[in-house]
Ligand binder design. Structure first.
Ligand SMILES: *Cc1c(COP(=O)(O)O)cnc(C)c1O
Length: 401
């Protein structure tokens, strides 16, 4: 949801409209998009930011920057927005799906099992603001010489052991669409400390880069056929304001989440909270309960709905890989052979057998979203209702507050 849009965004947009230049490369003075990029670099402590038109576009540009292409395998988690898989296909590579564990992020043990001689990269997704186990993932990547592209679309401002998410791997990507922490309708970003990754992503995002005076002067990368993922100035202006609100958004989300964690205690016969790899770094956008059985999860959703409080099953359409079947069942990919040739083949995709552990966890997991614009007293009421609903499904054995 757009968490909070105010007068500052309106003023910023008006400023761009009145300037009469709506695209960054047309401007003679500094564009708003490039100013946002500088601010984002400063905020996250990274050398390069490339603002683009969507998170999907950011993934495509970053994969290109990492030299991922035809025949390469890229490991992604079973729980992510479908765009993570689509971007891999878009650059001609093959998405390989690994299990998640009870942290709701990629399971490092299964991740390592999915590595083959063709694997080139891993995309850990910091899903629902939850940091992945980056120590384990980094170790595996080093051992097998793989690149890491962090998908931070849902975790802008999060961290892992003091490091900002997106700055731990070779590159990170963000989305600024309607549903994300920073929200401007559509938008995305690539971050990296690596000049070549940045330059390649920049060429990919602005196919006509060679025609603008001086734009590639400092580039080592030679021109190639790119595309268009440019971000409009109007959105850049809005994004700049949203970025200035990031700390206040996060502190509100984290305060609500902290209260959930403190108040709702595990009840091992019925449910427990998901494991969080770094509680301090968690963005706090969502509180999760993993129930012991599917019927407990369903009963909790029913009781909560009766009380008019929002809950949702983690087994949601766009985010669980088994629901991608209509897209992937007829998908063809180019497979490389040892003799250096390629052949078309059906994408290996078998949701009934691939990730049984993920399916079991997700069918038993219920999410509760935190909110930026909710008063303390409303929150107190709401948390009491969740507690009451848990009490009901445990046949009144759960201690309510
Ligand atoms: C939203 C999202 C994307 C894609 O972002 P768009 O801006 O919608 O293209 C990629 N990965 C994850 C995990 C997302 O949540």
């Amino acid at each position: 949801m757009p968490y909070l849009i105010g007068q500052e965004e309106l003023d910023a947009i008006r400023g761009v409209l009145e300037s009469n230049t709506l695209e960054r490369y047309v401007k003679s003075d500094e564009s708003v998009v490039s100013r946002f990029e500088k601010n984002f670099c400063k905020k996250l402590g990274i050398k390069h930011t490339l603002a683009v038109s969507s998170g999907t576009g950011a993934l495509i540009c970053a994969l290109k920057g990492l030299q991922i292409g035809i025949g390469d395998e890229v490991i992604i988690p079973s729980l992510t927005y479908v765009a993570t898989a689509l971007a891999v296909l878009d650059v001609g590579a093959i998405p390989v799906i690994a299990e998640i564990d009870e942290s709701l992020t990629i399971d490092p043990i299964d991740l390592e099992k999915k590595i083959t001689s063709k694997t080139r990269a891993i995309i850990p997704v910091h899903m629902y603001g939850l940091p992945c186990n980056m120590d384990a993932i980094t170790n595996i990547a080093e051992k097998h010489d793989l690149r890491i592209l962090e998908d931070v679309a849902q975790a802008c401002g999060g961290s892992y052991k003091g490091k900002n998410l997106g700055t731990i791997g070779d590159a990170g990507i963000f989305s600024f669409n309607h549903y994300k922490i920073l929200s401007v309708g559509e938008g995305g970003g690539v971050i990296t400390n690596n000049d070549k990754i940045y330059q390649t992503a920049a060429i990919k995002h602005h196919g006509g880069i060679i025609y603008e005076e001086g734009l590639m002067n400092s580039f080592d990368i030679k021109p190639f056929a790119g595309s268009n993922f440019r971000l409009a100035e109007v959105l850049g202006a809005m994004l700049e304001v949203q970025l200035s609100r990031l700390d206040s958004f996060l502190s509100k989300l984290r305060a609500e989440k902290a209260q959930f964690l403190e108040t709702i205690l595990d009840f091992p016969e019925y449910f427990k909270k998901n494991h969080i790899h770094d509680k301090k770094g968690d963005c706090g956008t969502t509180f999760f309960l993993i129930f012991n059985t599917v019927s407990y999860a369903e009963a909790f959703i029913k009781e909560a709905e009766k009380l008019n409080v929002e809950v949702w099953s983690a087994y949601t359409k766009g985010h669980v890989y088994s629901n991608w079947e209509p897209i992937f069942k007829n998908q063809k990919v180019l497979i490389s052979s040892d003799d250096g040739t390629y052949h078309w083949s059906k994408l290996k995709f078998d949701p009934s057998n691939e990730c049984p552990k993920s399916m079991s966890i997700l069918k038993r997991t219920v999410g509760i979203s935190t909110k930026v614009t909710r008063s303390k007293s409303d929150f107190e009421q709401v948390i009491n209702k969740y507690s009451y609903a848990l009490n009901k499904i445990t046949s009144l054995k759960y201690e309510t507050i």
